[in-house]
Every structure is written in C-alpha cells, then in structure tokens.
Design a binder for this molecule. Structure first.
Ligand SMILES: [Zn+2]
Length: 286
C-alpha cells in the first residue's frame, strides 16, 4: 500500500546519492579544465545524444590514449560502443578466464588515474552477491569497464533498478547483463522453503515467482536441477522487473539503445552460459 510512494522516494534518494560524486568533482574545480576546449576533439553532441542517432564505436579494450599530452577532457561526450561489440568483449573475457588466459586488463594505478575524472562503463552487470561470483574477474574486465550491481539472488528490486537506470541514463551504457549462477544460496533457500527473516523474505519474493513458474513448466525437476532451472528463470524475472520498473530502461530497450541479456555463471567451471536477449521483452514492452 505504501509501496508506490516509498519506491519513488527511495529511488530519488539513491539517484541523488549516485550523482553526488560527479557533482562534487565539478564543484571543487579539480577536474574542470581551465583551458580552452581541445582542438582535435570532435564537435560536442547534445547531452541527450545517446538516442538512436548516437555515434557509436567499437569497445576500446585498451587504455584510451589521451589526445596530445594533456588528460582527455572528462566532460567531452564519448561515442557509445556498439552493444554487439560489448557483448563480444564480455564473452571473450569469460573465455579467457575459463582458459586460464585472463589478461586482467585496465587494473593498474594508471587506470585508476585515467578514470578518476569520470567513468564510461560499457555494461551494467546485475549479479549475485555470492563471493564466488565476481564479474570483473570472470568476465576479465577492468576498472571503469562495468557498472556492477550485486545483491543476493541477483533480484531487481527498487535499488538495483535505480542503479541500472543511473548507468544507462548517465553514461549511455548500451548493454545490461543479468547473471545468475548455479547452486545459488538465495534460490536454494526459496526452493527448499527455508525459514528466512522478513527482510530477506521481501528480497526473495521475486525468486519465489521464478520458482512457481519453474515448477509449473518443469514439474518433474527436483534437487540441484530444480535450483539451477529456477536460477535461470529468475534471471528473466529480474530482466522483466527492470523493464517494468524503469521507464528509462523500457524506453531504451524499445529504441534499441539498450540490450539486456541474461546468463548463468557455473560455479564449477567458471563459464557463463549466455542466454541471449529476454524472449518475453516484446510482451513486457507492449
Ligand atoms: Zn547466489
């Protein structure tokens, strides 16, 4: 009953909190270039240029060299990479990880300095808080590459949705990946009917919906298979919740400026089983 006003209010608080560091940077003048705009930089595009006509470029998986000898203008608009290229990079990163050939890219102090003036993450990753599921490591990505949202059971409640919305609306991040995992404790708790506290109960209510759907469609499943299939359905549940819970996300999915895909991380192998785009997106979008 009080859910709607609380939803709005919490979302506003969170968005304000997320925006704060950027505002502080702008205010203290640390990052504000006092010099004239740099010569060879392309003509700035309007701030709202992450729409359909946005200039796009392949994912830059190396250090982006600053033009000339000064640091790049942190406020200069950057081309948004193609979603397809971002997905290829994430998949390639997981392949490297599984093959024992991780590059640990962009993980140095130089990268810290490079990104101190602003971030341009090319993917939002919503995944489980489980300590064995660290996305930067199993996707072999670096600092500033992915905007990570982690919560037990990778559910998309208000705060998680607001975080994802912040990234896609402020940075034009073109890809959102929801990654569940095998043998998820939060999913197991729901499947096994474990006693949970009221707070956790609120958190896992979405997993319960995924569990009910799984039982309806696969009544013969049990044990580990039931847990893992529920985790898979729960990924789509979160995708659906994100689209339904954020007008910004829904609009960007509709215009093709945001691709949301799912995946399941295998705790035994380190491999992500990519699930592609949400098959029910069209019906959710109407
Ligand atoms: Zn988990």
């Amino acid at each position: 009953m009080r859910q709607i006003p609380a939803f709005r209010s919490r979302r506003e608080v969170l968005l304000a909190a997320l925006a704060l560091p950027a505002a502080m940077l702008a205010d203290d003048g640390k990052q504000a270039p006092k010099v004239a705009p740099k010569g060879p930089v392309a003509a700035p595009k309007p701030a709202a240029s992450h729409g359909a006509g946005t200039q796009r470029k392949p994912v830059n998986t190396r250090h982006e060299p600053a033009a000339g000898h000064g640091p790049a203008d942190p406020h200069a608009p950057r081309p948004v990479p193609h979603a397809e290229d971002v997905l290829k990079e994430l998949m390639a990163g997981n392949k490297r990880f599984v093959a024992g050939q991780s590059k640990h890219p962009r993980a140095t102090l130089a990268r810290v300095r490079e990104t101190s003036s602003g971030q341009h993450p090319y993917a939002v990753v919503l995944t489980c808080a489980d300590s064995r599921v660290p996305p930067e490591i199993f996707l072999d990505q670096g600092i500033g590459d992915i905007f990570t949202v982690r919560v037990a059971g990778n559910v998309a409640n208000n705060d998680e949705i607001a975080s994802a919305e912040y990234a896609v609306s402020h940075f034009g991040t073109p890809v959102c990946v929801v990654i569940g995992h095998t043998e998820c404790g939060a999913v197991s708790a729901v499947v096994n009917g474990d006693e949970v506290s009221a707070d956790i109960g609120r958190m896992v209510v979405h997993i319960s919906e995924a569990f009910q759907k799984t039982k309806r469609h696969n009544p013969s499943l049990s044990g580990k298979n039931l847990v893992n299939e529920t985790a898979r359905v729960n990924v789509w549940e979160s995708v659906e919740d994100m689209i339904k819970g954020s007008e910004v996300i829904a609009r960007k999915v509709r215009t093709g400026d945001l691709q949301i895909v799912g995946g399941i991380y295998n705790l035994d192998t380190g491999k992500v089983d990519w699930m592609g785009a949400y098959p029910g997106a069209l019906s959710v979008l109407h």
